[in-house]
Design a protein around this ligand. Structure first.
Ligand SMILES: NC(=O)c1ccc[n+]([C@@H]2O[C@H](COP(=O)([O-])OP(=O)(O)OC[C@H]3O[C@@H](n4cnc5c(N)ncnc54)[C@H](O)[C@@H]3O)[C@@H](O)[C@H]2O)c1
Length: 429
């Protein structure tokens, strides 16, 4: 077996978050800072809490055997449209209590957002003031590269990872502009409308040799020009759209139906949420991006072409409703119209009273640590083994995503075992 040579996690790891003043980002940062002070448990984080089988009889804690960076070595920075430091922004989002935030108040206050690369046309509901100016999108991208280099030098970081946890941009379908690197570079210089701000962050990161993670559903880093750049620069990339609440349930419930050969006639999913993300998604163009990501799941798991009598006629609908009284505490309802023996109809109802940012935060922690690890392993391009974390896992144009959470878990853990240098493989985990 060929062993992977893993460079040691020496020195500091700079984690640059796009949308650092957001609910998800501030909850992630505050929780990570609290965990390293022993003030909170990073619940939901696979890298921090889970164990892994190393043989039929041997099990170890992932963080003891996988060479990921230590939480103490992380330095946070990032960009946002709003100038508030991370403490004030977190108070404003009111996801975590003042008591929890005050445990890491000084550290959070010291994190101030850099000016954002922003274009109102791509997020219509937000009007920020902390925004860069430049003549072309190419120039904006160069400014982002400079930010990355300056942050690295100022904080004495050995390595950097960039993660997009900023607002969902309006839907930009893949077009000829995105198909090759030279055309895409020209489009940035010509201020093409098919170049979204998120793509500028992705380009700046990859061109700087820095891994890029996309936590939102937009195209961002998921098109051939960006894959080409990632290959040229030997940089890992992954996305899209953190898999947190309703879709997490969907990727668990639909394999159950499929495994038991139960049919499905309709799946209606609706949400109420009142945070800034909900406000942005209230704009139909931003919602369209989210809708495409959320709808992609069922077909690949249920395989309607192979089982037309069970899944050939599914009505799948997803709604998101902005409802301010709930803030970050989203409620997601699912109604499944399923079909059993002899075609008799039944229903399943799920009412998930969740907290959006509380579910998302551990995914950000795992993803930044695992992408830094991927880079030290010499991995480049799309990181399929990290599909576990995404609603709409990236894949090549002629490939297919794996959506089933349990299959994704097996992929994740077998890759971890390969990195550890352990020969054991499991199909179940
Ligand atoms: N919470 C979840 O469960 C979950 C799951 C999947 C995906 N997401 C996605 O994560 C993202 C963040 O969610 P949130 O609840 O924290 O939203 P939020 O609105 O609280 O935070 C987003 C932040 O991004 C900033 N921003 C927007 N455009 C920017 C740009 N071009 N540059 C820099 N900053 C920019 C905004 O000012 C805001 O502070 C959203 O796209 C959301 O759809 C969240």
């Amino acid at each position: 077996m060929k062993t992977i040579e893993v460079k040691k996690a020496e020195g500091k790891l700079g984690v640059l978050v796009v949308g650092i003043g957001g609910a998800v980002s501030t909850t992630f940062i505050a929780g990570t800072l609290a965990a390293r002070k022993g003030l909170g448990t990073p619940i939901g984080s696979i890298t921090q809490l889970s164990t892994i089988k190393l043989s039929e009889t041997e099990t170890a804690k992932i963080k003891d055997v996988l060479p990921i960076a230590k939480l103490d070595d992380i330095v946070f920075g990032g960009w946002d449209l709003f100038e508030e430091n991370c403490y004030d922004a977190a108070r404003h989002h009111a996801v975590l209590t003042v008591e929890d935030l005050d445990g890491v108040k000084e550290e959070l206050q010291a994190i101030k957002p850099m000016k954002a690369a922003f274009d109102q046309d791509f997020v219509k509901r937000l009007h920020g003031t902390n925004v860069k100016k430049a003549d072309t999108k190419w120039d904006l991208m160069l400014q982002l590269k400079e930010d990355i280099a300056n942050f690295k030098a100022a904080n004495g970081c050995a390595r950097i990872v960039v993660i997009w946890a900023a607002s969902t941009e309006v839907y930009v379908p893949m077009s000829s502009v995105h198909m090759d690197l030279a055309t895409f570079q020209k489009a940035m210089k010509e201020n093409s409308h098919e170049v979204a701000p998120s793509m500028l962050y992705a380009y700046a990161a990859i061109d700087s040799g820095v891994p890029f993670i996309n936590g939102a559903p937009a195209l961002t880093v998921d098109f051939p020009a960006m894959w080409q750049l990632a290959a040229e620069k030997h940089v890992p990339i992954c996305g899209k759209d953190f898999k947190t609440g309703q879709t997490l349930l969907k990727t668990v419930l639909s394999p159950m139906l499929h495994t038991r050969m139960l049919g499905l006639r309709g799946w209606f999913s609706t949400n109420i949420l009142g945070n800034r993300d909900g406000e942005v998604l209230d704009d139909p163009d931003s919602f369209k991006t989210k809708e495409v990501s959320k709808l992609s799941v069922l077909d690949t798991i249920l395989k309607p072409d192979e089982y037309p009598e069970l899944y050939g006629n599914i009505f799948h609908k997803v709604r998101i409703n902005y409802y301010p009284p709930r803030g970050d505490n989203k409620e997601g309802w699912d109604n499944l119209d399923i079909i059993g023996w002899m075609g008799y109809p039944m229903q399943i109802k799920v009412d998930f009273l969740c907290r959006d940012s509380i579910l998302a935060a551990p995914l950000l922690l795992d993803l930044v640590l695992l992408n830094d690890l991927a880079q030290r392993c010499g991995f480049e391009g799309i990181q399929h083994w990290l599909s576990f974390y995404f609603k709409s896992p990236m894949h090549e144009l002629d490939g297919a995503p794996i959506h089933d959470l349990f299959q994704q878990n097996v992929m994740l853990r077998n890759k971890m075992r390969e990195i550890i240098g352990c020969e054991y493989r499991s199909n179940v985990d």
